[in-house]
Write a protein that binds this ligand. Structure first.
Ligand SMILES: Cc1cc2nc3c(=O)[nH]c(=O)nc-3n(C[C@H](O)[C@H](O)[C@H](O)COP(=O)(O)O)c2cc1C
Length: 484
């Protein structure tokens, strides 16, 4: 059964040993962030902060889908969020995700929901009622929004976009954040609302059932409503309620809903912020301003928080899995005989490893350009293409493939002057300013224009010994004295 709210998800995690309740008083200024960060480093259970200094009724839930240290179930939290067994492997999660998103389910509108238990409007609006943490030393402010859905509507098509874009508190009634012109919200704001002199309505849904934030953080084409995809992943439609002051709808069980407008032509300094790359790579510069017209929230609301930084954290997990799934689905649907795709979360989704059959000479480069041309592939800065017998989730095998099968010159293909983004730490100041980056393909497949006998034999247990010897050795393994 899918989860109806964040509280059900937290209970399920607790049953699986994935929650650490913290009763001791903790300071939202830096201490919360440091605890969440250390929990990632140790792969410890997700911290649930129950006593926050200065916020008698505040609660924070950290590391919502961080990796687990429990044996054989590193992706337990993500799998549980999809209502899958905690032991699910990343490749099982990716294949299941692809299966489920084939059947989008539209949300249903309901009259009321727990998110309406408390409503603040007009002069009562005050963002400071929530324990927004100062996460990293050096952040430009307190970030209330790190793990939520930011809902806006395209003024031309009416399609609603659910994205995940950070939110820093400016004052009790306004927030600032980073969104880029290439993202769906950026297209709506910079090319539609703002040039027409119109305010863009927004609704932030925070503390929802667990799928919403990571689908919001996943790239979809502008004509796709992420709410329908969330329904597909859950196998049940989301229940939405209407907002109080804007013409948008939000999940009825959200812990906190913040609504309002982003006016045209207004900017205020926002950032910097410790980012998903593991660096504070962005600037403090003037960015659009979210003016809050209403806040509604559940009794004793829980603020979900991800504290991004050196991998592996929630962003690295979700971006890696959903990016791999998107690339696998898109390349397969275009007829490429791709076997598996994996973006190791340690590489913050910047590396993509693709294993594939190689049907003809020149295929790898063709496939590489196809990957770079699809929505998530746009940020496959390092693309590694390997033969189908390499396990893309085993970095030992991938490293071996790069070291032995990728020609140090011919196998490395570079493409310059592709669209970048301002958070990439490897870009120089000028490239950041121009928003330009580059791609590298490491082609670890054997050239199919070589004569067959030029391709060396792989010396692995499975390939270099006759079947009958393999079977004999496996059968006798314990009688040789081995325990496992
Ligand atoms: C935890 C997390 C935080 C994110 N924060 C931001 C952000 O502050 N600004 C941004 O432009 N993208 C951010 N992203 C990436 C976007 O959410 C992602 O590109 C998403 O696809 C945007 O939706 P869109 O494709 O509908 O524009 C974040 C992603 C995650 C997982």
């Amino acid at each position: 059964m899918p989860f109806n709210d964040l509280r059900e998800y937290i209970s399920a995690l607790e049953r699986e040993g994935e929650i650490q309740r913290i009763e001791q008083e903790v300071d939202p200024d830096l201490e919360v962030g440091a605890i969440i960060r250390r929990s990632y480093d140790l792969r410890a259970p997700a911290p649930l902060f129950l006593s926050l200094k200065g916020y008698p009724r505040g609660r924070i839930f950290g590391a919502p889908i961080g990796l687990s240290r429990q044996q054989g179930r590193p992706f337990a939290r993500f799998a549980i969020s999809m209502d899958m067994p905690p032991e699910s492997t990343p490749l099982e999660i990716i294949e299941e995700y692809i299966r489920r998103i084939q059947k989008p389910l539209k949300p249903v509108l309901v009259k009321d929901g727990p998110c309406k238990e408390n409503i603040l409007k007009g002069d009562d609006v005050d963002l400071n009622v929530f324990p927004a943490p100062l996460l990293h030393d050096g952040d430009g402010g307190r970030y209330l929004g790190t793990w939520h859905a930011n809902i806006t509507r395209d003024p031309d098509t009416g399609v609603h976009n659910w994205g995940l874009y950070r939110l820093m508190i400016h004052d009790k009634k306004s927030m600032g954040g980073l969104f880029q012109p290439i993202q769906n919200i950026g297209v709506q704001y910079y090319t539609k609302y703002e040039p027409r002199g119109l305010p863009m309505e927004f609704a932030i849904a925070m503390g929802t059932e667990p799928v919403t934030p990571w689908i919001a953080g996943t790239r979809f084409p502008p004509n796709v409503s992420e709410a329908d995809i969330i329904g597909a992943i859950r196998g049940a439609p989301l229940e939405l309620v209407k907002c109080e002051t804007v013409d948008l709808a939000v999940p009825a069980t959200s812990e906190i809903v913040i609504e309002g407008i982003v006016p045209p032509k207004e900017r205020k300094e926002e950032g910097p912020f410790g980012e998903y790359t593991g660096f504070m790579a962005g600037d403090r510069i003037p960015r659009p301003v979210y003016h809050v017209t209403a806040i509604s929230y559940r009794n004793d609301p829980i603020v979900p928080v991800t504290c991004m930084g050196v991998p592996v954290d929630d962003a690295a997990v979700s971006l890696s899995l959903t990016k791999a799934a998107n690339i696998l689905e898109e390349t397969r649907s275009r007829g490429f005989p791709v076997k598996a795709v994996y973006c190791p979360p340690e590489a913050v989704s910047h590396w993509t490893v693709v294993s594939t059959k190689v049907p003809y000479p020149g295929y790898s480069r063709y496939l590489a350009h196809a990957v770079w041309g699809i929505p998530w592939g746009r940020s496959a800065w390092y693309l590694v293409i390997v033969e189908e017998d390499v396990d893309v989730t085993d970095m030992g095998q991938v490293l071996w493939a790069i070291s032995t099968m990728c020609h140090p010159k011919r196998g490395v293909v570079q493409v310059e002057n592709v669209p970048g983004h301002p958070l990439l730490p490897f870009l120089g100041p000028e490239e950041k300013h121009k928003n330009l980056a580059a791609y590298t393909l490491l082609d670890c497949t054997w050239p199919r224009d070589w004569p067959r006998d030029a391709i060396p034999l792989k010396i692995s247990f499975e390939k270099a010994w006759p079947k009958e010897i393999q079977e004999k050795v496996l059968k006798n393994w314990r009688s040789y004295g081995y325990k496992e």
